[in-house]
Design a binder for this molecule. Structure first.
Ligand SMILES: Cc1ncc(COP(=O)(O)O)c(C=O)c1O
Length: 392
């Protein structure tokens, strides 16, 4: 009996599950593998957030179904609204324009289920975060991929999207600061994009979990700052990357009331709410965490400089983006991304992500993550250097 539903047949196992399998296999074979492949901060969640969780966990009131069940506690939504006001000067109504999520990734699923019909087009960027495509396919919709090219600063040339595609497109997924390229958008780009999307009746979603991981503070942006954004846009954010809370599964969707309410209807019928104690600790993180974010940025900056120096010494110029903790590194002429990643794995015991894991326009690059301890990063770079001439 074929138990697999048709909607899953074209969807591969999630990329990072495949990578975790590779890591386990290498470890079982006794290889001292260094993974630079996954964007999961190695530093623990700051102590003051854990303390807030400890207090909240001890309160039996938090052991029951979450308060305000599906959409998040009112105090959590208030904190999100304060956070967006303080960081981006974006005013959000916590009653109607904020939804708590079990991690940002949950929002991608609810957005698509709530707004996209079978046969619709959803515009995504290539390279892009693999979860978009998987959810689009699950909904019986079609992904139209716009290339992100270095010559355009890894921003999509949206004005060139054919009219026939725009007519069928329900939504456009963006992600700035961008995984995997590290590129940041600017206000002018967001303003032009929102105006264009309005004329075409296309909903916009900016996936913004790296909003705080930006090296020039002036470049930290929210799509919701663009004029008219609240009519057609939502933004998803997360505590995962900025507060070293990937395991906690907590994020938020904000923006256009109609989209937020539609997502909420999907959420209340599927995953319900989030453990109150996690929401309460997250409020503390958002209100008091700026200093810790600065500390993490200094760490990523130091690691980024270490990598850039190592590649420069091998004669490989790497132009870093201004955001995220990823480096998008060109592979040498004549090699494919996969070939390069396999050589690094087999000959150096260093796991990186081949660019093609994010789409066909990822060919020619590998992605390297700075979420490893400094000494392991140095070791990995030393191993890569020892292959000089063989890979680069
Ligand atoms: C672009 C992008 N969106 C979403 C996520 C997932 O965020 P969360 O941990 O909040 O689900 C990631 C994690 O790597 C990401 O890179």
């Amino acid at each position: 009996m074929d138990i697999l539903a048709d909607r899953l047949k074209n969807i591969p196992t999630y990329l990072f599950m495949q990578l975790r399998d590779k890591i386990r296999k290498a470890q079982a074979e006794g290889v001292d593998l260094i993974s630079l492949a996954i964007g999961d901060p190695v530093e623990p969640t700051p102590a003051y957030i854990i303390e807030a969780l400890r207090e909240a966990v001890l309160d039996p009131a938090n052991h029951q179904y979450p308060t305000d069940e599906h959409r998040g506690m009112r105090v959590f939504r208030d904190a999100v609204s304060r956070w967006y006001g303080r960081k981006y000067a974006v005013q959000l109504d916590p009653e109607t324009e904020v939804l708590a999520l079990n991690g940002l990734k949950e929002g991608i699923h609810h957005f698509i289920m709530a707004t996209v019909n079978p046969g619709d087009i959803v515009i995504v960027t290539d390279p892009g975060y693999p979860a978009y495509r998987a959810n689009i396919l699950m909904a019986g919709a079609e992904a139209y991929e716009v290339p992100l090219l270095e010559k355009n600063g890894f921003l999509p040339a949206f004005e060139e999207i054919p009219e026939t595609v725009c007519r069928k497109a329900k939504a456009f997924f963006l992600n700035y600061p961008n995984n995997p390229t590290g590129a940041c958008a600017d206000k002018d780009f967001f303003t032009r994009l929102v105006a264009w999307a309005k004329t075409h009746g296309i909903l916009l979603m900016n996936d913004n979990p790296y909003s705080e991981i930006v090296f020039s503070p002036g470049r930290r942006l929210s799509l919701m700052q663009a004029p008219g954004a609240k009519d057609i846009c939502v933004e998803f954010n997360s505590l995962s990357k900025a507060y070293n809370m990937t395991g906690w599964r907590i994020g938020m969707a904000v923006g256009a009331e109609k989209i937020i309410q539609a997502m909420c209807r999907c959420k209340e019928n599927t995953t319900s709410g989030i453990f109150n104690a996690i929401q309460l600790a997250s409020i503390k993180a958002m209100d008091d965490g700026d200093g810790e974010i600065d500390k993490m940025l200094a760490i990523y900056r130091r690691r980024r400089d270490t990598v850039l120096r190592a590649f420069a010494a091998m004669g490989v110029p790497v132009r870093p983006g201004d955001g995220t903790f990823y480096l998008w590194i060109p592979v040498p002429h004549g090699r494919t991304s996969l070939d390069c990643a396999e050589r690094l794995l087999d000959d150096a015991g260093v796991l990186v992500t081949p660019g093609t894991a994010y789409g066909q326009y990822g060919e020619g690059y590998i992605r390297l993550s700075l979420t490893v301890p400094d000494d392991r990063l140095e070791q990995a770079l030393e191993r890569i250097r020892s292959l000089a001439g063989k890979v680069w």
